[in-house]
Design a protein around this ligand. Structure first.
Ligand code: PLP
Length: 412
């Protein structure tokens, strides 16, 4: 390696790229101790507790992305570009293994919004065909269908699940009873970003497919992928979306779309570019037709492969155990101080998204106060939203609860 190249890599953190490889087990070790925050670089007075929106990356992943980007700038030869682009396949293989599906059924796209819209805008539907949605879906899986319906005449219907529903069977019944002879698609968010309610996905999918095996079930996994162990084969949905920059703690503007092999012919990609091929039938295998998006940020996608290794070392079950452990601590501490919840307390439906009831008018002040008094970053979504992840510690929980307690007059 030339001295110039060596120096340049040093300035972008290349000295520790071994770094990101050496640092990656070190990050895992840090996460497995009492100080998981040490694997990340956020400031102690700006602690993120907003994974439902955007997660910090472990420092090793930040370095890996910067390093791959620098390597591309230094050497843009086809061989070097292919070497880095090939890491996409390593990422795809690892993600597929973690989700329990074939790598050929995973597309690496840009985010959940894009993944949802590939299904929404590309699904083959006739005028009058019905799409059934949960009324807590994100806009990319809600109003996006309304826009599509205006263009093609399909019909959008919503179902509601009362927040105080106590049994899984009752939730499943709401879905099954809402299906009509015209229903062709059922689409729902696995974990709601506006209440934190976690739907019993496998029970819902099994019941829908028992009633009509031809219904396409799309599941938005933005609040699930990277937070919980997900076995898509067991869940039985036909497509699933996610963003690496949320709970997966990976590079920004990278996401995934899973589409089962039998559903791929029903969905038309909206973007057709390289590497599709020259004919109407794509040259690329199976779900790769959904990622023929032209030039990408290959360094970020290579960083996705590093993130997959990070999860693999901890195992998705290990990540879920840590993540739910800290959320359970937080929920219990908030319950102890008697604040009003939007989110359910029923363990059948809880998640790492915890929302307290707060009027729209005071949410901004609450968020500012919690940052000033506790040094923790929250969000104002349908109340005051806390979404802790593996980098949060019992100290962060204590600080955020004390700060909320101090401003409790601003809650509902
Ligand atoms: C449930 C859900 N779906 C989709 C999205 C969109 O994710 P992105 O902005 O990464 O596309 C979000 C974002 O918060 C979400 O909560």
């Amino acid at each position: 390696m030339s001295i110039r190249r060596r120096d340049f890599l040093k300035t972008v953190g290349g000295a520790s790229l071994a770094g990101s490889l050496l640092g990656h087990p070190a990050a895992v070790m840090a996460v497995n101790t009492e100080r998981p925050d040490r694997a990340f670089s956020f400031a102690n007075d700006k602690v993120p507790m907003n994974a439902a929106n955007l997660c910090p990356r472990p420092s090793a992943i930040t370095k890996a992305v910067a390093h791959y980007g620098a390597e591309l700038d230094i050497d843009m030869s086809g061989a070097n570009r292919r070497r880095i682009m090939d890491m996409k396949n390593e990422a795809r293989d690892g993600i597929a293994a973690q989700l329990g599906v074939s790598a050929d059924d995973i597309a690496i796209v840009r985010n959940t919004s894009e993944a949802n819209n590939i299904v929404v805008q590309g699904m083959s539907l006739d005028a009058g065909d019905e799409v059934l949605l949960w009324d807590q879906n994100h806009p990319s899986n809600g109003v996006a269908w309304t826009v599509r319906a205006k263009r093609t005449g399909c019909v959008v219907r919503y179902l509601s699940i009362p927040g105080d529903t106590q049994s899984i069977d009752k939730v499943v019944d709401v879905f099954v009873n809402a299906i009509s002879a015209r229903t062709k698609v059922v689409s729902f968010t696995h974990i709601s970003n506006i209440t934190g309610f976690r739907l019993p996905a496998s029970e819902i999918c099994a019941a829908i497919h028992r009633k009509n095996s031809g219904i396409h079930i799309h599941m938005d996994g933005a609040q699930t992928w990277g937070a919980r162990e997900v076995d898509l084969a067991k869940i039985g949905c036909d497509s699933f979306s996610g963003s690496a920059h949320k709970w997966f703690m990976g590079p920004r503007e990278v996401g995934i779309l899973y589409v089962s092999e039998s559903s791929q012919a029903r969905i038309w990609p909206g973007v057709v570019s390289i590497p599709w091929g020259r004919e109407a039938e794509p040259d690329v295998m199976r779900a790769r037709k959904f990622e023929a998006l032209g030039q990408r940020d290959d360094a970020s996608i290579a960083g996705l492969a590093a993130t997959v290794r990070f999860h693999q070392s901890m195992t998705p079950a290990g990540v879920q155990r840590r993540a739910t452990g800290i959320a359970d601590q937080l929920r219990a501490a908030l319950t102890d101080i008697g604040v009003p919840f939007v989110s359910t307390a029923n363990p059948n439906f809880t998640s790492n998204v915890i929302i307290l009831s707060a009027p729209q008018a005071t949410r901004g002040e609450l968020i500012d106060n919690v940052l000033r008094d506790g040094g923790v970053i929250l969000a104002g979504v349908n109340g005051l939203r806390l979404s802790p992840h593996i980098y949060n510690t019992p100290d962060h929980v204590e600080r955020v609860v004390a700060a909320i307690h101090k401003s409790r007059n601003l809650l509902s």
